[in-house]
Design a protein around this ligand. Structure first.
Ligand code: 8X3
Length: 255
């Protein structure tokens, strides 16, 4: 039987890597996209499934499109696209943030995700078969101080996923937005705080965050649903986290 094929972005670490391990155990062949080729090679060694490595920055659109279009024939039909690559940069308030950080987040979390979707979708529609899993974030549902463009980019992912479903009605192509909260054991906070490990450790101290494996389990469940079932969106938080209300600023002379 022909193996199904999944393409995973941000596959070199964290959620992407865990998703690759999960899908390989389900018998998928994998197209693994990430900048760090040596990490992809390590992952390929650890997997018991055919892999095609696509070492590329997802925001390098031309390069990505060229590499994708020259993939081996065995990897031609993509059944599952996991748009996982994404990042948060900093926690500065909007008046103080570096413009470049906003630009990088929009380019990676929104534009690259839309670009790759646009590359892969026509063949899915033509084959009347496919599943796109986007990685959103609870930051797209709930505002927090310093979330600014990161949260807005994840709200884009949610609305883009919803509008894709509107466009795809009448086809058997499905779109899911996975919306995790606090996840440990990834490079997310290390990237956000530019390697400041004290800041990173403070995020996960004294609480039990989700793990990449928790999200991989969810991905495994989503891809295992029959074709007539579309999981629109799934919000997942660790038990220690909850959306806990609005902020009220009180001045010091408030009675
Ligand atoms: C990650 C969730 O709350 O750290 O997307 O922004 S949060």
């Amino acid at each position: 039987m022909k193996l199904r094929t999944a393409l995973i972005t941000g596959a070199s670490a964290g959620l992407g890597r865990a998703a690759a391990v999960a899908l390989s155990s389900l018998g998928y062949r994998l197209i693994l996209v990430a900048r760090r080729e040596e990490k992809l090679r390590e992952l390929e060694q650890a997997l018991d499934t055919p892999c095609h490595l696509l070492a590329c920055d997802v925001t390098d659109y031309e390069n990505l499109a060229r590499k994708l279009s020259t993939r081996p024939e065995d990897f031609y039909d993509i059944d599952v696209l996991i748009n996982n690559a994404g990042l948060a940069l900093g926690l500065a308030t909007a008046d103080k943030v570096e413009w470049q950080d906003w630009q990088t987040m929009i380019e990676t979390n929104c534009l690259a995700l839309a670009f790759l979707t646009r590359q892969v979708l026509p063949a899915m529609v033509e084959r009347n078969h496919g599943l796109i899993i986007n990685l959103g974030s609870t930051a797209g549902n709930y505002a927090y101080k310093g979330g600014n463009v990161y949260g807005a980019s994840k709200a884009f992912v949610d609305h883009f996923s919803m509008n894709l479903r509107a466009d795809l009605i009448g086809t058997k192509v499905r779109v899911t937005n996975l919306v995790p909260g606090l996840i440990g054991e990834t490079e997310f906070s290390k990237v956000r705080f530019q390697g400041d490990m004290d800041a990173v450790d403070a995020v996960y101290a004294n609480c039990e965050a989700l793990t990449p494996q928790d999200i991989a389990n969810t991905i495994e469940w989503v891809v295992s649903q029959p074709q007539h079932v579309n999981i629109n969106r799934l919000e997942i938080m660790p038990t220690c986290q909850a959306p806990a209300g609005l902020a009220v600023h009180k001045t010091s002379d408030t009675p």
